[in-house]
Write a protein that binds this ligand. Structure first.
Ligand SMILES: [Zn+2]
Ligand SMILES: [Zn+2]
Length: 204
């Protein structure tokens, strides 16, 4: 599910992308896997024709249990940037890790989807820290993972202070969000046992 304040527009680096339509403060949760997202079980994924799987894997996420999830309501159109302003690493929602101005593209880092083993793409994000080729294996490299954790932990204390357009759904479905509202600020504790790749509502 995608938060309000984010809309689909033409993108300079991709055909389309998601853009902020109003100021989005750091600490805002901008999307999460929800019960309305489309899902294919591990068995259904195995039975998909190659072309269909490739198309779904481009926009969807392979989850920890081998199933595939296609985020609903435009959330699947969030593009990658090597300087992403939204990170989910360990969380089961995408968190704005810095303030995002109206008109700015909202981006995440596809290397955080570490369950999607072997996935890669040529990157065209044009940022100063572009890694050229983006692979999900990069998400297990400590220098990158440590950088993401630092950025997320800096934003965690802001979560309870900013307006959360997805509050009702997060409060119902997201264990990390519930832990943050109870004062959790250490990512390893907040995210223990769940992630975008293993959402709590699917295992509950
Ligand atoms: Zn959804
Ligand atoms: Zn890049």
């Amino acid at each position: 599910m995608l938060a309000s304040g984010v809309d689909i527009q033409a993108s300079p680096t991709h055909n389309v992308g998601l853009f902020a339509t109003r100021p989005i403060p750091a600490g805002t949760a901008l999307w999460l896997p929800c019960t309305k997202c489309s899902r294919w079980s591990k068995e259904e994924v195995a039975a998909l024709p190659e072309e269909r799987f490739t198309a779904l894997d481009t926009y969807g996420h392979l989850l920890a249990d081998g199933s595939l999830l296609l985020p609903c309501l435009g959330a699947y159109l969030m593009n990658h940037s090597c300087e992403a302003n939204v990170l989910d690493f360990g969380l089961d929602f995408g968190l704005a890790v810095r303030d995002i101005a109206p008109g700015e593209e909202v981006t995440c880092d596809y290397a955080t989807f570490v369950e999607d083993a072997g996935w890669s793409m040529e990157c065209n994000c044009r940022t100063g820290s572009c890694r050229g080729r983006v692979t999900t294996a990069q998400g297990t490299e400590e220098h990158l993972a440590g950088h993401w954790r630092g950025r997320i932990e800096a934003a965690l204390p802001l979560v309870a202070r900013v307006e959360q357009p997805l509050h009702d759904v997060l409060a119902e479905l997201s264990v990390p969000y519930q832990r943050i509202l109870r004062g959790g600020t250490v990512l390893a504790e907040v995210a223990s046992g769940v992630s975008v790749c293993a959402p709590a509502f699917m295992t509950a």
